[in-house]
Each structure stands twice: as C-alpha cells, then as structure tokens.
Ligand binder design. Structure first.
Ligand SMILES: Cc1cc2nc3c(=O)[nH]c(=O)nc-3n(C[C@H](O)[C@H](O)[C@H](O)COP(=O)(O)OP(=O)(O)OC[C@H]3O[C@@H](n4cnc5c(N)ncnc54)[C@H](O)[C@@H]3O)c2cc1C
Length: 409
C-alpha cells in the first residue's frame, strides 16, 4: 500500500507529488495522460513569486518592461513577469519525484472506496491502487472531489495567436498584462462584456497576442474573442503573417469550495485554488504543495491516524478559515468586475494599478492578510471614478453577502 496516491499530472499533481516524496512518503501517481505529455498552456507568473521557491530558472522568458493600458493611460507596473518553460518545470518536478522513488501509472481513475485507514481507487484498465490518502489533482472538473452544486459559473476565456505579424504588436522586450483600450469597437460592441489584449514580445520576431475575458458568466465565446482580436489588430494596422500556435483558454474562476470534510483530498483546480482575481493557479500550487505535504506527512505519522484525519489535515491546510474568508473578498471583487461596463472596467483597473505597489501586487499574488485586502479595496475605491464608486456602493448596499461572509467568517 502507498502512503499517498496522486491523481493527475498537471502542474498541481506534479507539484504535490514532488513535495510528498520529499516529505518522505511512499507515493504513486495515476494520470489519464502520459506524465510525459507536454503542458500546452502558456503559464505566466510574477517573478517575485518564484524567487522564494528557488524556481527562478524555470522561466523561458522574462520581462522587466510590463505595462497595463486602462482608463486611457499607460501604467508601468515595475514588476517583473515571466513565462514558464513548461518542459523544464515539468522535468524538474518529475526528477524530484523520481529521486523520491515515485512512479507514474497511465490510466483513468473511475471509482473510489474509502476505508478507515486507506482508500481504494479503481482504474479503467481493471487495476486498483490502495493508498492511505488519495489526492485528486485531476483539474477543475475533478474525478472524485465533490463540491456543492452551482449555476452561473464565471469563466476566464481567451483566444490567442503565437506567431509573426506584419508590424510588432508590442514594443520590443515588453509585456502588456492588460490592454483595455476599446477605440476599435462600435458603441454596441462596447456594451458587450469587456475584453482586453494580453501581449508579449517572445523574441526572434515572435509575439503572443491574446484577447481575454477576465471572467464572465456565461463565458465569452471563442468566436467573439477571435473576432475582437482581429478587429483590434486591424485597427492597429497589423496583419498576422504566420500563426504558429492558437491558444484557446477556458476555465472556471469561481467554482465553490469543495466540501472540506470529504475523505479524498483535492489540490490545484480540483480544490478550487484558482485565484478569483486573476485566474492564476500554478504559482499557488508550487508554493502550497510543500506545506500541504508536510501536514499530510504529520497526519500519517501521528499515533492515531486515519483516512478522515489525514484528509481533514490536508483540507485545513489548503483552506484554513482565514483563506476561506479572504476568498469571499476576492469573489466580491470579481462579482463587481463582472457588472462593470467598458468605461467602469477601464476606470477600475486604472485605479487598481495605481494603488500602492504592495497592495495591488499582494492582492494578485494572494500574500495579503484580510485587513490588508480590505485596505487595498478601500484604497482602490478612494482612487476610483464616481461611476465605479457608485457601482461598488450599490453592491455593498444590495446585500454584500460575500463581503459579510468575509467579515464574520
Ligand atoms: C490556455 C490557458 C492558459 C493559462 N494560463 C495560466 C497562467 O498563465 N498562469 C496560471 O497560473 N494558470 C493559467 N491557466 C490556468 C491553469 O491552466 C489551470 O488552472 C491549471 O492547469 C490547473 O492545473 P491542475 O494541475 O489543477 O489541473 P490540469 O492541468 O487540468 O491537470 C489535470 C490532470 O489530471 C489528469 N486527469 C483528469 N482526469 C483524470 C482521471 N479520471 N484519472 C487520472 N487522471 C486524470 C489529466 O490527465 C491531467 O494530467 C491557464 C489555462 C489555460 C487553459
């Protein structure tokens, strides 16, 4: 029997598998795709999040010159951004797993059965694996982790082109986190959910241009994003010379938290760890994996150990009460954002990125305490236009359910 079984070999599954192995546990991995399959998504991260993890050399690109366009301003961010070298990151996590003696099996988990001191996972090829704790890292629609039912889920959606263009879509060595300029749209198009351009100079004459809807329910369609991207490029006088890769991005931003008393532990998308303000997850998975692994190792090593105690220790480490409350604040911010029209969205992000650096950067990297998140929100409110303030006041006055839950726990 294994100490831990990880299901899924995405960034979360690999990060957790490596951390559990390094915590001295006997770990097995099960994944529907081969663990050698490339991660095809373009994963970005703020470099200051990687430094404390000793993973700064896992990047393929980094940009010192990062800006946002919002509220008719160009706002320099003075924060270094990077793109992961997915193969390098995955291989380094895989090497850590191998050093700990861990192996991966290919197959899809289909059923799980819990016992007092272990769980049994059935695989589609008829095999079974027994482990003292099962960690479901099978993504946003997990195979085993249960959540309360939901409707009206908000999705981040993006349509991007990596390729060569007739004219550079961004200045040399620059990354544009968000370009909310919308002069290329007609008034009726401007009344649709706002989208922004995410752009980077990838070097060697290659660029990524990605039209992105930060969050909307229902999701903005790929057709609409593609149309908007081409309209924007046309307005900029830019033609696509050669598209090397088309990126289609769609994932949920505000799925409810899983039940925290279930006997299977979740991690990554399966545990609703996506940051509701940005959609980012990879940095959080890398950062939290060793802490969760340590809690699991302690629970398994305790004098009285059981599946339920180990799962509870894991869930409490991933979602301690403070983090749950903080998430309500982020969700409150997200709900407001989805109500904003084009002008309000522009004004909001102009205020957000002109708040003190420690506030906006900490908000996006989830490093602030609850009082600090509230302070950041007040600081943005203070800088915002009257239109944005009115909208925010209405949502507080109109119940502010999420805000209330954040404050009282
Ligand atoms: C185009 C795109 C760009 C993105 N950019 C960023 C970014 O810049 N930064 C960022 O932080 N996030 C980004 N995201 C979000 C991020 O990709 C996801 O949140 C992240 O991949 C989720 O990681 P995960 O390991 O939890 O799940 P996944 O990456 O979805 O991995 C799930 C794993 O589980 C396996 N699996 C599924 N079902 C089973 C089963 N029944 N049995 C066994 N194995 C199973 C799958 O084969 C897979 O290996 C982006 C997403 C997309 C689509």
């Amino acid at each position: 029997m294994f100490d831990a079984l990880i299901i899924g070999s995405g960034p979360a599954g690999f990060a957790m598998a490596a951390a559990l192995g390094e915590a001295g546990l006997k770990v097995s991995g099960l994944t529907a795709t081969s663990p050698f399959t490339d991660w095809s998504n373009t994963y970005g991260i703020w470099c200051d999040e990687l430094e404390p993890l000793g993973l700064s050399d896992m990047l393929s690109h980094r940009w010192n010159d990062c800006v946002v366009y919002a509220g008719r301003r160009e706002i320099p961010l003075r924060r270094v951004y990077g793109l992961f070298d997915n193969v390098k990151l995955r291989d380094s996590l895989r090497a850590r797993c191998e050093r700990a003696g861990m192996t991966w099996h290919s197959g899809s988990a289909t059923q799980i059965e819990h016992h007092i001191d272990h769980s049994r996972v059935m695989i589609d090829d008829g095999a079974e694996v027994l482990a003292r704790i099962v960690i479901d890292a099978s993504g946003h629609m997990p195979v085993f982790v249960q959540r309360p039912p939901v409707s009206n889920v908000a999705f981040q959606a993006a349509y991007g082109i990596v390729g060569e263009f007739s004219t550079p879509p961004v200045s040399a060595n620059r990354m544009v986190l968000m370009d909310y300029r919308s002069d290329h749209l007609t008034p009726s198009e401007r009344a649709e959910p706002p989208t922004f351009l995410y752009t980077m100079d990838l070097g060697g004459g290659q660029y990524l241009v990605e039209e992105t809807s930060l969050a909307y329910a229902p999701a903005v369609s790929f057709e609409a994003l593609e149309r908007r991207l081409h309209r924007r490029l046309e307005f900029m006088g830019i033609q696509v010379r050669e598209a090397h890769h088309i990126e289609r991005c769609l994932f949920p931003m505000n799925l409810p938290l899983p039940h925290l008393d279930q006997l299977v532990l979740g991690f990554g998308g399966a545990a609703s760890m996506v940051h509701p303000a940005s959609g980012y997850l990879v940095g959080a998975a890398l950062k939290r994996a060793p802490i969760v692994a340590e809690a699991i190792a302690q629970a398994l090593g305790a004098e009285i150990s059981s599946t339920s105690r180990t799962a509870r220790a894991g869930w409490q480490t991933i979602w301690p009460n403070d983090r749950v409350r903080k998430r309500y604040l982020y969700l409150f911010g997200l709900e407001n954002l989805m109500r904003f029209d084009d002008q309000q969205t522009n004004d909001f992000f102009s205020a957000f990125f002109q708040a003190p650096f420690s506030q906006w950067s900490g908000y996006l990297s989830d490093t602030l305490s609850i009082p600090e998140v509230l302070q950041t929100m007040l600081s943005v409110f203070g800088r915002a236009t009257n239109g944005v303030r009115r909208e925010l006041m209405q949502s507080v006055g109109g119940g502010g359910n999420l805000l209330w839950r954040a404050l009282v726990g």
